[in-house]
Design a protein around this ligand. Structure first.
Ligand SMILES: [Zn+2]
Ligand SMILES: [Zn+2]
Length: 167
């Protein structure tokens, strides 16, 4: 597939920050954990995982807020310094090499539905999951769910001697 046709653009609410994903993501998580529920104020978080070097800041700047996470290692949430909307985050497990893009900040969020539902053990009961999309009670192994191309991209990241750990 032509890489340009899989690009995605996004922004914060006040339009100060604009960014671009130069390709499709590695994988898209719909996370139903209580932490994500609190951070979003909603029922789940929708994150598109992508290599940091495939995300360009096209306008504005972002500031990082260190935020507690369930692992205890913390999450770095990158926000617009003006409207404070979160546009992406990094988790300790994958370091700065992988960004978790907030799908709701994309111009066309409908293009990136979840590839997997995780932490469904704390899913709010009224949320009905669609058939045919993987769902796991907690976390999962990428090797069991990611498509081959994404696993190859992950291996390429590791080869650049970036932190190579599971989320
Ligand atoms: Zn903003
Ligand atoms: Zn979560």
């Amino acid at each position: 597939m032509n890489i340009e046709t899989t690009a995605h653009e996004g922004r914060c609410t006040c339009r100060f920050v604009r960014y671009r994903m130069s390709s499709g993501p590695l994988f898209v998580h719909c996370c139903h954990c209580r932490w994500c529920q609190r951070e979003t104020g909603a029922s789940f978080a929708l994150n598109a995982l992508i290599e940091a070097d495939r995300v360009q800041l096209c306008a504005g700047e972002v500031e990082v807020i260190d935020t507690p996470s369930s692992s205890g290692k913390g999450q770095r949430i990158w926000r617009c310094p003006k409207c404070r909307i979160a546009v992406w985050s990094n988790y300790a497990g994958s370091g700065d090499a992988v960004r978790f893009i907030r799908v709701g900040t994309l111009d066309e969020p409908d293009r990136l539905p979840p590839d997997i539902h995780i932490y469904t053990e704390s899913k709010q009961p009224w949320v009905v999951l669609p058939p045919g999309v993987p769902a796991v009670p907690g976390y999962y192994k990428a090797s069991e769910f990611w498509p081959k191309e994404s696993l190859e991209r992950r291996a390429a990241l590791a080869a650049k001697s970036l932190p190579h750990q599971r989320q």
